[in-house]
Design a protein around this ligand. Structure first.
Ligand code: 0A1
Ligand code: ZN
Length: 881
């Protein structure tokens, strides 16, 4: 909580610390009422620092019990303590500083630092949670060897874990148990972790490429022991993949994962001891959907990959966050692409970037992938840092090719192993390994906002040539105007009248950065100036252009293509991503039309879609994406001024039109894919279920037979994917009583499984058919709801505000008020969650005036609260600025 206005921190102010902490020895005495932490720090002056002999350590919510320098207790006038620091003056080159503090994990509702979740103790130290454990140089460039002793009642806490290897396990004279861990790898404090509880574990082993045996363990509360198998399998596949694709081997004898129910984010890559939100690691067929399985696989991989991209090579400061996050998301996306369909993964990622990241980039919180300032770093774990950061790494991969990129990553890991470095260092390794100059490209890290690329074509029959003029422009964002052109890789193809790719001859063949503009393998043009014209020759007739294949750059594309060309590309484009993109553009056009009038599916489109549905040579997951309408949030991003109710109406009409026109095809597709094989969370089955359940969703919108089938599937499924899809179809059936009964039956069946109950909360709160305000109020008062648990808050309030858009944007402003009330309430207990929930309210400027005003009022109401956390203050103040 603040007394004065929170201040911004700037990248340009970075300087090295005055001291290093070479060794950190921590002793935790875990007691029910409080925990006593003794920290013994081996300090060494940093000769590149300012050498003032002053050491300022960070600390929050700590009670200082003792302070001793080289064994002598410090007199009270030798140091100063404030709400968030401890400063000691007059220091020499080397010291041993010991600090004893008392903390109260049971009262820690912010879930940063050491806290309790259920019956266990756990930690979350990224980004600045360690300062809630002891006074420390809590910054990522201070790396230390950690030894941890955990002392507790061995009966209540039979499992006591920390980073590294277990080096001792003993019973103390007073009967308490002490377990000690040593992590030989130097690391910043944000990677520290401790867990203690009455947990069970599943164990497996992995033999690394050099033949070392690694013990793998997943720790869970006893009721979850049957939900660990998939994560263990995903972990082993990730370890193998990182060896094969990046040459990276694991470096400790044991790798542990712990599942906790109360967690602010998805998971955390603490060295050798990952802590996971239970929703991101626990699964069995009866309780987890295919989507949950895929999320688990991706997050297990993500956290594991951080062992190199993040832990072995870490960030110098938090402005470099995307160094580890963008790169690691890029790595986990490549892994998922290899495990499933690369095209489908690309579609999912592009959809996310277009819906969520473009919205952030176009709003008040827009920031570069490498921000130059922040108020609260916890607010910068954003889609820009993660997903746009990954796209930027992906463009480097496109520019260099797979082999060049691997040379660059090898050099990066080799050069910087054990260091805390910058984004500049990453790019320099890519440049040096490939002899290329990426200076121009680095603007992607510095300039916020989504570039808009417009394309104009001019086919000249007499020259047999196509002139393609590309122009780029990037809108102003808070604090940034007059942006420079970016280096934009444009992957493309030209389709002949049969839909086949034509050979490409293009001039100019070299771009400003000296890159060859086009090779058959890369199929990439490099747009590096504000405007460039490319000439494609040898074309006997006008080809159909397929631009930005594979979503080759995170840009908005303005290119008028006729409905006929779009349909043609939906049918023929050899690039799966662009097939999907053409279909989405076509559907956006229909939805736009349907806002104003009834809609009927055009006959040519009906035929193409019917063919897709019956073609069993296609990947069913791909077909399912081709026939899925853009979400309301996605549509909003393609509108200048957002009218959520018009969008909802238009989309509903198109959905109904598709369901009616293709009713028989959806029914037949469903029947064809119905399977009685035992459920397996494996790619082919998953793909088939995706399409089967999409078919069910359309089928049940348009016919009673479809609803009856949904009911049958609901009652007979042995897996959550099918049961949940059926429940969703029943909710959308328009039969309120049926929806009610099904929801009630579902709750009766699953009320003892917290993760399934969360899905039950979110399917109701996020539903356009149900998610009215009074239902949200009921859910907030339900026995299954808990204001202390982030997953439950996300399941109800998050789902409501981000998915049930027609209710959230209720004309009377009641949806906004509900969200603002929740934010105000959570500001006091869990600022990180409060501030994340705020995101939908930051979009007020883009709404139609009547809604915009009401949303702004709610933001102002939040802003006027006393005692705003830094987290919430930053978002509201920037949104209103
Ligand atoms: N580094 C983690 C994400 C994470 C970030 C912050 C947290 O607390 C504020 C927790 C987790 C990852 O990328 O998975
Ligand atoms: Zn990460």
């Amino acid at each position: 909580m603040r007394d004065a206005q929170p201040q911004s921190i700037y990248l340009k102010d970075y300087c090295q610390p005055e001291y290093w902490i070479n060794q950190t020895e921590l002793t935790f005495e875990l007691q029910e009422d409080a925990t006593v932490v003794t920290a013994v720090l081996t300090l060494e002056a940093n000769n590149a620092g300012n050498q003032s002999g002053v050491l300022e350590l960070q600390g929050q919510q700590l009670e200082l019990l003792q302070l001793a320098l080289d064994g002598t207790t410090l007199a009270a006038d030798a140091y100063t303590v404030t709400d968030d620091s401890l400063t000691i003056t007059g220091l020499a080159q080397q010291h041993q500083l010991s600090i004893v503090t008392r903390i109260d994990p049971a009262a820690n509702t912010a879930l940063e630092g050491l806290y309790r979740s259920g019956g266990m103790y756990c930690t979350q130290c990224e980004a600045e949670g360690f300062r809630r454990i002891t006074y420390y140089l809590d910054r990522p460039d201070v790396m230390s060897v950690f030894t941890t002793h955990i002392i507790a009642d061995g009966e209540r806490y039979p499992v006591m874990l920390s980073n590294g290897n277990c080096i001792a396990d003993e019973t103390l004279a007073d009967g308490r148990r002490q377990v000690s861990w040593l992590d030989p790898h130097r690391k910043p404090a944000y990677l520290f972790a401790l867990v203690a509880g009455d947990l069970l574990h599943k164990e497996d082993h992995f033999t690394t490429m050099s033949g070392r045996d690694v013990t793998l363990r997943i720790f869970v509360e006893p009721q979850n022991i049957d939900k660990t198998e998939y994560a263990l399998d995903a972990l082993k596949r990730s370890m193998r993949w990182d060896e094969e694709v990046y040459g990276r081997e694991y470096d400790l004898d044991i790798f542990m994962i712990v599942a906790v129910d109360d967690f602010n984010m998805g998971a955390m890559e603490n060295k050798g001891l990952n802590v996971f939100n239970s929703s991101c690691v626990l699964a069995n067929p009866a309780t987890a959907t295919d989507a949950a399985y895929q999320r688990i696989e991706a997050i297990v991989a993500h956290e594991y990959f951080h062992n190199w991209s993040g832990n072995r090579v870490t960030c110098r400061d938090w402005f470099q966050l995307s160094l580890k996050e963008g790169f690691t998301v890029f790595r986990d996306a490549s892994f998922s692409a290899d495990m499933h369909s690369a095209t489908v993964k690309r579609i999912e990622d592009a959809r996310m970037v277009r819906t969520v990241q473009f919205a952030e980039d176009g709003g008040p919180m827009a920031h570069p992938v490498q921000p130059d300032s922040f108020i609260e770093i916890a607010n910068f774990y954003t889609v820009t840092i993660y997903e746009k950061g990954a796209e930027v790494v992906g463009m480097i991969h496109k520019i260099l090719g797979a082999d060049g990129f691997r040379k660059g990553s090898d050099l990066y890991f080799e050069r910087h192993d054990g260091q805390a470095v910058t984004i500049h260092d990453f790019v320099a390794a890519m440049e040096d390994a490939n002899g290329i100059d990426l200076t121009l490209f680095k603007r992607w890290y510095k300039q916020a906002g989504t570039p808009v690329v417009s394309a104009e074509v001019d086919y000249r029959a007499d020259e047999q040539a196509l002139y393609l003029t590309l122009r780029q422009q990037c809108p102003d964002t808070p604090g940034q105007t007059n942006k420079q052109p970016m280096w934009i890789p444009v992957q493309l193809g030209l389709l002949d009248a049969n839909g086949q790719d034509l050979p490409v001859q293009v001039t100019p063949s070299v771009n400003a950065a000296g890159m060859e503009t086009w090779t058959a393998a890369s199929q990439v043009l490099h747009l590096t100036e504000a405007e460039q014209t490319f000439v494609f020759s040898g074309l006997e007739s006008q080809p159909v252009l397929s631009l930005f294949r594979d979503f080759s750059a995170p840009v908005k594309v303005e290119f008028e293509q006729s409905a006929q060309d779009l349909l043609f590309r939906l049918q023929h484009d050899s690039d799966g991503f662009n097939r999907w993109d053409a279909g989405q553009r076509l559907m956006l056009g229909w939805i736009d039309q349907a806002r104003l009038d009834e809609f009927e599916l055009p006959e040519d489109a009906r035929q193409v879609m019917a063919e897709l549905l019956s073609d069993d040579t296609l990947d069913p997951a791909m077909v399912s994406y081709l026939l899925t309408l853009p979400s309301e949030a996605y549509i909003a991003e393609f509108s200048d001024q957002v009218d959520p109710h018009a969008i909802h109406l238009g989309r509903q009409r198109v959905r109904l039109a598709m369901a009616m026109a293709l009713n028989e095809q959806f029914a037949a597709c469903y029947q064809r894919l119905l399977s009685h094989a035992e459920y397996q969370p494996e790619p082919q089955q998953m793909a088939a279920r995706t399409l089967k359940n999409l078919a069910l969703s359309y089928w049940s919108v348009a016919s009673d037979a479809g609803v009856r089938q949904a009911l049958a599937q609901f009652g007979s499924s042995d897996n959550m994917t099918d049961q949940m899809a059926a429940l969703q179809a029943l909710i959308c059936s328009g039969d309120d009583e049926l929806a009610q009964q099904s929801l009630e039956a579902f709750y009766q069946q699953w009320q003892n499984d917290a993760l399934v109950v969360n899905q039950w909360l979110s399917v109701q709160a996020g539903s356009a058919d149900l998610g009215t305000l009074s239902r949200i109020q009921q859910l907030l008062e339900h026995e299954a709801f808990d204001w202390r648990n982030p997953n439950k808050i996300r399941s109800v309030i998050g789902a409501f505000a981000n998915q049930a858009l027609c209710h959230f944007h209720a004309q009377d402003g009641s949806g906004y008020r509900l969200l603002a009330d929740a934010v105000i309430r959570l500001n006091a207990t869990n600022p990180q969650i409060a501030s994340r929930l705020l995101t939908p309210l930051t979009k007020w400027r883009r709404l139609v005036p009547a809604l915009s005003e009401q949303m702004k009022e709610q933001l102002e109401r939040v802003a006027a609260q006393p005692d705003l956390s830094r987290d919430v203050y930053e978002i509201v103040s920037k949104s209103l600025a």
